[in-house]
Design a protein around this ligand. Structure first.
Ligand SMILES: [Zn+2]
Ligand SMILES: [Zn+2]
Length: 193
């Protein structure tokens, strides 16, 4: 593990700026790994971890900086619940912990640094020094997902009988005996023009 200051540099480069959300995300990930006892996320523990994130905001960009979990490696999962929280899953010993930011941390940053007017600056300073239990609540959880959700899954690749596009990781839908992609089965997020 690196120091928070080192992680801050890496996070600023990855995210485009350093902000309070980055610091929150970094500390959240450091705490999650501490709870799991994972010490070398970039070394020998590289393949042990999958992280679920619950918001597409600044904190989320900071989490892979610590965990090494990336979307393209299937080790970062996005569940869009609009919450500053993440669940860290240790695949090796099948346990997981969910860490959530406390609503009270903003007010606590105000109490700690009332002289700083800039809100982001105030929270950055606060989130660096606050006790981890003031920043986060955590809960041990079980994440019940099939093997197709995790890195390393090797399954057959299907082809949609409607649009001809390939489908991986068992995301096909079988309707009236036809193998379809989710788009063609009706779950489109876009409308063809
Ligand atoms: Zn940001
Ligand atoms: Zn299709």
């Amino acid at each position: 593990m690196r120091t928070l200051a080192e992680y801050e540099k890496l996070a600023a480069a990855a995210h485009g700026h350093l902000c309070a959300g980055q610091i929150l995300g970094l500390r959240m990930a450091i705490f999650g790994l501490e709870l799991l006892g994972i010490q070398e996320p970039e070394g020998k523990d590289r393949k042990r971890l999958v992280t679920f994130v619950e918001i597409d905001r600044c904190a989320t960009d900071a989490i892979p900086v610590v965990t090494g979990c990336r979307l393209g490696k299937r080790a970062l999962k996005f569940r869009d619940f609009g919450k500053v929280a993440a669940t860290f899953c240790d695949l090796e010993i099948a346990r997981a912990v969910r860490v959530a930011a406390r609503e009270s941390s903003k007010a606590l940053a105000r109490e700690l640094f009332p002289e700083i007017c800039n809100r982001n600056e105030q929270q950055m300073r606060g989130y660096r020094v606050m006790r981890v239990e003031d920043l986060f609540a955590h809960q041990w959880v079980r994440v019940e997902l099939g093997p197709e959700e995790f890195p390393g899954y090797k399954g057959a690749r299907r082809v949609c009988e409607e649009c001809g596009e390939g489908i991986s990781f068992e995301r096909q839908v079988v309707e009236n005996g036809r193998t379809l992609c989710r788009h063609c089965a009706g779950a489109r997020y876009y409308t063809p023009l």
